[in-house]
Unconditional design. Structure first.
Length: 81
């Protein structure tokens, strides 16, 4: 389960960074013309992507826990380890 959540977080991270760059291309170019370094732009996009990834992983964990509770515990099934 953890591996799936990590992979989902990575996919959300990559997707959000690429969407951020495509959607904010003009403002990123203006910021660079005003003197921002390349690393400043990458850091800004990276932090935004990381936050989206963390949010997606937490949301996935909440949904998985809710579904597990609904379908396993309420149905009377007991899982033995």
């Amino acid at each position: 389960m953890i591996v799936v959540l990590v992979m989902a977080g990575i996919l959300i991270l990559v997707n959000s960074i690429s969407m951020n760059i495509k959607n904010n291309g003009y403002s990123l170019a203006v910021t660079k013309l005003l003197g921002a370094a390349k690393w400043d732009l990458m850091l800004q996009s990276g932090i935004e992507g990381i936050l989206y990834g963390i949010f997606g992983a937490v949301l996935a964990e909440i949904m998985a826990t809710a579904l597990n509770y609904r379908y396993v515990f309420k149905s009377g099934l007991r899982v033995q380890l």
